[in-house]
Ligand binder design. Structure first.
Ligand code: VGL
Ligand code: ZN
Length: 198
C-alpha cells in the first residue's frame, strides 16, 4: 500500500504574523520536512483565493470576521482576507521543503465557494481532482499534517476516509484555529469517519 504525505496549507498567512494566524503554525515546518522522506509521495495544498472571495468578511458589508453565514452550499465562517492569489502570504512557508513535493494542489480559487478540503469544495460535490491523482498512482494510505487542524486538515482527512483511503492525522504536526470548540468537534468528527488520530 503506497503512502502519501498530504501537507495542508503551510503558508505564511496561517503562521504567526500572517493574515489568519494559527498559534504555533510555524513550529511544525521542521517536523513536516523531516517526515517527507518516509513517504512514497508528497502532496502540498495551497489555499488560493481571489481578492473578492466570498469567504472573506470584507466582501460582506457589515459582517464581522469569524461570524458564520449561510451560503447556498451551507454554513460558512467568514474569515479575514487571507491567501490572496499573488501575495506573499499565499506562498509556501519559506522553510518548507517544496522541492520534495510531487504535486501542488490549489483550492479556493472560485469566488463563490470556499474549499477547506483538498478533495472537494465546501459544497462536498465539486472535486479538486486529488482523489483521481492519488488513485492513478496507487497511493491509498494517506497521512495528513499542516494547517489548520480543525478546518482544512480535518475536512481533508474526513473526505479521504469517506472516499475509501486509509487516513491518518499526525496531530503533533498540526495546529488548530480552535474557533468555539472547533478543535474537539473536528477530532470527534474525524474519529466518527474512521480517521486515525496519531
Ligand atoms: C483554512 C480557513 C480558511 C485552513 C483555510 O487552511 O484551515 N481555514 N481557509
Ligand atoms: Zn481560505
Amino acid at each position: 500500500m503506497a503512502r502519501a504525505l498530504i501537507v495542508i496549507d503551510m503558508q505564511p498567512d496561517f503562521c504567526p504574523g500572517g493574515a489568519l494566524p494559527v498559534a504555533g503554525g510555524d513550529e511544525i515546518v521542521g517536523p513536516i520536512n523531516d517526515m517527507m522522506a518516509e513517504f512514497d509521495a508528497v502532496v502540498l495544498t495551497q489555499d488560493w483565493h481571489p481578492p473578492g472571495h466570498m469567504s472573506f468578511a470584507e466582501n460582506h458589508p457589515g459582517a464581522v470576521a469569524f461570524s458564520e453565514i449561510q451560503m447556498p452550499y451551507g454554513p460558512q465562517v467568514l474569515w479575514p482576507a487571507h491567501c490572496v492569489i499573488g501575495t506573499a502570504g499565499a506562498e509556501f512557508h519559506p522553510n518548507l521543503a517544496v522541492d520534495r513535493a510531487d504535486l501542488v494542489i490549489r483550492k479556493g480559487f472560485r469566488p463563490q465557494i470556499d474549499s477547506y478540503s483538498a478533495f472537494y469544495e465546501n459544497d462536498h460535490q465539486t472535486p479538486t481532482g486529488l482523489a483521481g491523482y492519488l488513485r492513478d498512482r496507487g497511493l491509498s494510505d494517506l497521512t495528513f499534517v499542516g494547517l489548520a487542524h480543525d478546518f482544512c486538515v480535518a475536512w481533508s482527512a474526513i473526505d479521504a476516509a469517506n472516499l475509501g483511503f486509509r487516513a491518518t492525522v499526525i496531530e503533533t504536526a498540526t495546529r488548530a484555529i480552535d474557533l468555539n470548540g472547533s478543535r474537539e468537534g473536528a477530532r470527534q468528527s474525524m474519529r466518527t469517519s474512521g480517521v486515525i488520530l496519531a
